[in-house]
Design a protein around this ligand. Structure first.
Ligand SMILES: [Zn+2]
Ligand SMILES: [Zn+2]
Length: 118
């Protein structure tokens, strides 16, 4: 079956679109990368409320709440009561944690065994 190709919508781009979108693959990837840069790293893509709370917690707490080691630049919010168990992303329920520690704790608590968390 022949695939209809359209010119890419992006200004100045001469790529072709094969899958019904408005931008060629190259431009879509570039836009995605730009969005990623705006939104930060993978584990903090939650929205501005989360970002604000994280900034506050990182200011108020200097150490990782799990291993008690000194904070790092890419520390994340750790939920005392996990979101998968109804915990909220509010100041009372979060603390500073290393991304690594948080991931290990999440794995230990079985988030990856099919209970709510991706
Ligand atoms: Zn393009
Ligand atoms: Zn830690």
């Amino acid at each position: 079956m022949p695939i209809a190709a359209k010119p890419c919508n992006a200004p100045g781009c001469r790529g072709l679109v094969y899958n019904g979108g408005s931008r060629c693959r190259h431009c879509r990837r570039a836009a995605q990368r730009q969005q990623d840069a705006l939104r930060g790293t993978a584990h903090e893509r939650y929205g501005s409320e989360h970002r604000k709370l994280r900034a506050q917690v990182l200011l108020e707490e200097a150490i990782c709440g799990i291993c008690l080691g000194p904070g790092l630049d890419d520390d994340v919010l750790e939920h005392k009561i996990p979101v998968s168990r109804g915990g909220l992303t509010v100041r009372e329920n979060v603390r500073r944690a290393h991304a690594n520690c948080n991931a290990k704790k999440a794995a230990r608590e079985g988030w990856h065994r099919g209970k709510g968390q991706p």
